[in-house]
Structures are given as C-alpha cells and as structure tokens.
Design a protein around this ligand. Structure first.
Ligand code: ATP
Ligand code: LTN
Length: 327
C-alpha cells in the first residue's frame, strides 16, 4: 500500500481553505492508502504561540480531523512532538541542506516581512517539514498550492542525500488538486485565505455559526458586473465563490453558471450560504460529540505509538548510512 503523509498546524481555527485544499482530500485517500496525518505543533512554535491556546488548538484539531471523517481505525493520527524522530531527522537534514536554498523560500519571505525579529526556526521550517515527510517513506503528500515550493525542496534534499549516502529516502510526490488548491480570501481575492488574516470576514472557519457564515459570504468581494461566470483573471472574487460552491455541493461550474444566469450575485450568494452551512453542519455536530466522548486522547496515544514504530526504523536506517554508531 502506498504511504501518504500530511500535516496541519494547530494554530488558530481551521478554515475552508485548509479543508478544501487539504483535509477534505485526506478523507478521500484514507481507504486506498496507508495515511499518516499529523498535528504539526513543532511547526507552529516557529512564530509566537500562547501556551494555553496551543494546547487547546492541538486537541481541537485532532477532534476536527475525526469530525471531517478521518477514521482512526484506517489512518494514523498523531501529534508531531510525540515523535522525537521528527526533530532528530530535521537536524540531520539541516546538516545536508544549504542557506541558499532556504533563502529562496517565498513563505519565509512573506512571514518575516516587516517583523523586527524572526526565529531561526521559521527559517529552517521547510527542513522540519521535509523530515516529517521523509521519515515515513512517504509516496504522496496532499497539500494546498502554497506548499508546492516546500515539497520541491523536500525532494531536492532527499535526492541529494540518496546520491551522497546511497538509497535512504523514498522521493515523495505532491498531491495538489487542479481545483480548490488555493482558496482565496473573501475580502481580497488576490490573496490566499489565511489563518493569520485578522479580518474575521476574510475566511470561513469550519466551526463558524450560520450567522457568521452568512455575514462573511454576503460581504465577500465580487466585481462591478452582476454575471455569475467563472473567469479567474477578470472575476477573481466570483470565481473563488464558485469554486467553494462547486467543491462543497458537487455541482459543476457550468451548472452553477446556468442556474444563476441573469439572476445577479444576491441570489447566488444566498444559496452559497446554504451550501456552506449544510456542508459544515454535520462536521460541527460530530465535532461536539467527539469532544464529549473523550476518545481524542486514546486515538492520539495509539497514533503516536504507530508513528514512533514506523519512523524510528527509518531514522535508524538513515543514521547508519551517515556513519553514526547504532546498536
Ligand atoms: P496561514 O494561512 O496562516 O499561512 P496555513 O493555513 O497555510 O496558515 P496550515 O494549517 O499548516 O497553515 O495549512 C494546512 C493545509 O492547508 C496545508 O496543506 C496548506 O497548503 C492548506 N491551505 C492553507 N491555506 C489554503 C488555502 N487558502 N487554500 C487551499 N489550501 C490551503
Ligand atoms: N508546512 C505546512 C504544514 C506541514 C506539512 C508537513 C504539510 C508541516 N509538515 C508535512 C505536509 C507534509 C503548512 O504550513 N501548511
């Protein structure tokens, strides 16, 4: 069975960009692949975190993973910091990668822009991500479009390592959807929907109430025309809303265009509210049930046990190749 690995940071609330670009796709893969889905808490501390919030967000993300339909009997769900091999391999890979390649990472440039101080962890973040992936002999990595460059770096590091020390790593392939891999901000369709955007109406979180969803969608930027038509270049706002409509309802773009011909944006947006609310409702009620059931801790403990077993073997193999003494 092919292996899949992906991770989401336990920072702030999970939005429909994270869901459509990544988490929804995790659910689609779980029946056919051996999947590891991680709560990447070590990545989240590359920028300041409130300890109490980090704690709560980590457990909430685990409950949300299960609420969207990930089945712990099929997939391995775990917290990154429960598997020390991630930090250890990250160090070994740091000693086999270069300042120049990290300097080219656009996410680092964006996230450090305008900050007085930036942690070294934010700079080396993509190497920890490469370690996450390579530790599981991963074949496929489902992610949103913003992670493409990090995946390329991961492949470069793995290929170079294999050339230097002999076959050590499986070379992973990114799984980036042709459609929905970059959901845009509702207040500015030229930027990606982002957890770190302070405007709460720029995004729809999976746990948002119907009234908040309604407000955010009704406020969403469109354009001065009134035609519901998919045209990313000239109509980025409407095209983004149509993408969300398409992915969450299953209706094709042509069908959506046909349904709202001559009707203007008002009716389209009202119906989109319905589509989003009914897609999120079952997730929200399962989420509450899962939190109440107290099963999250058990699932994470079992998950980290399997993740430790699998990753320690691979770490050991890599350390032997590098010449470390292992018994
Ligand atoms: P920030 O938005 O603050 O940069 P993030 O949401 O990108 O944070 P993660 O929680 O680690 O950070 O992202 C989890 C997954 O969601 C990743 O696979 C990422 O590519 C994907 N993702 C994030 N934003 C979007 C988006 N707007 N559209 C599609 N996928 C996205
Ligand atoms: N860097 C990713 C989160 C992440 C990840 C991973 C994704 C950390 N480790 C391994 C896929 C595979 C992000 O910021 N979205």
């Amino acid at each position: 069975m092919k292996r899949v690995f992906s991770g989401v940071q336990p920072t702030s609330q999970i939005h429909i960009g994270n869901y459509i670009g990544a988490i929804k796709r995790f659910v689609e893969l779980q029946n056919d692949m051996d999947c590891f889905f991680c709560i990447v808490d070590l990545h989240s501390v590359t920028v300041p975190q409130d300890p109490k919030e980090l704690y709560e967000n980590s457990l909430q993300l685990a409950a949300l993973y299960m609420a969207v339909g990930l089945d712990p009997s099929k997939v391995t769900l775990f917290i990154q910091s429960h598997v020390p091999a991630h930090a250890e391999l990250s160090w070994l890979l740091q000693c086999n990668s270069y300042m120049g390649e990290l300097n080219r990472m656009t996410q680092f440039k964006e996230k450090s822009l305008g900050k007085d101080t930036v942690t070294t962890g934010l700079f080396t973040y993509p190497i920890l991500m490469a370690a996450d992936i390579l530790l599981y002999d991963t074949h496929y990595v489902p992610v949103g479009n913003d992670q493409k460059q990090h995946l390329e770096l991961c492949r470069d590091i793995a290929i170079r390592f294999n050339n230097k020390y002999g076959e050590s790593f499986v070379i992973p392939e990114p799984l980036i959807a042709k459609f929905g891999a970059r959901i845009m901000s509702l207040d500015d369709a030229t930027k990606k929907m982002s957890k770190s955007n302070e405007n709460k109406h720029s995004k729809i979180n999976l746990l948002d109430s119907p009234s908040k969803i309604k407000k955010s969608i009704m406020k969403a930027v469109t354009d001065s025309e009134s035609e519901v038509r998919f045209d990313v270049e000239n109509k980025p706002g409407v095209s983004n809303l149509m993408t969300i409509y398409n992915v969450l309802s299953g209706m094709s773009l042509d069908e959506i265009e046909g349904k709202y011909k001559g009707m203007g944006y008002g009716t389209f947006k009202k119906d989109l509210v319905e589509v989003v609310v009914s897609a999120l409702e079952p997730i929200q009620s399962r989420y509450e049930e899962i939190l109440k059931s107290g099963e999250v801790e058990k699932v994470l403990k079992e998950g980290s046990q399997r993740a430790n077993e699998v990753s320690n073997k691979i770490l050991d193999r890599v350390k032997k190749k590098m010449g470390f003494v292992t018994f």
